[in-house]
Design a protein around this ligand. Structure first.
Ligand code: AMP
Ligand code: ZN
Length: 135
């Protein structure tokens, strides 16, 4: 993709702090880290969103992420990490080249998780049924 920022990182047309790569995937530091060591992992092949990634890549990328996540935790002495993927604008995706975030977490970082809601009546069953129709 000509104008894709992350394809340009893959092609080394713009610089990045790469931590690891193989033939198909690359891991590099997020330039605006939630915590230092925040790392992005993505397929080198351009897919706009997670849902556009092909099955073969999907089958492999989790192994790559696990390897990088271990190193991020060790390299940052993190107490844990979040693995995250923003899919489309409504979910906060800003760069349209599918990528996972590995965010090192520390007991002391003070970040809270999203607020959780509650289902009323038979709402949960209704929503589960709606989802099941497509599976
Ligand atoms: P998302 O909101 O999931 O699309 O994430 C995009 C991420 O890319 C953000 O966290 C940005 O800080 C990060 N980012 C943007 N430009 C660069 C860049 N040139 N190098 C590394 N990370 C970047
Ligand atoms: Zn791309």
């Amino acid at each position: 993709m000509v104008d894709c920022l992350f394809c340009k990182i893959v092609k080394k047309e713009i610089p990045s702090y790469k931590v690891y790569e193989d033939k198909e995937f690359i891991a590099f530091l997020d330039i605006g880290p939630v915590n230092k060591g925040h790392t992005l992992v993505m397929p080198k092949n351009h897919s706009e969103t997670f849902l556009d990634m092909n099955e073969r890549e999907l089958g492999k990328i989790m192994h790559f992420i696990q390897k990088v996540a271990r190193a991020v935790v060790q390299g940052t002495k993190a107490d844990g990490f979040n693995l995250m993927l923003n899919n489309k604008r409504a979910a906060g995706q800003l760069v349209d080249h599918a990528h996972f975030h590995i965010i090192p977490r520390f007991h002391s970082d003070g970040f809270k998780h999203w607020p959780q809601g509650k289902y009323q009546g038979n709402e949960a069953q209704q929503i589960a049924d709606e989802i099941k129709r497509f599976l």
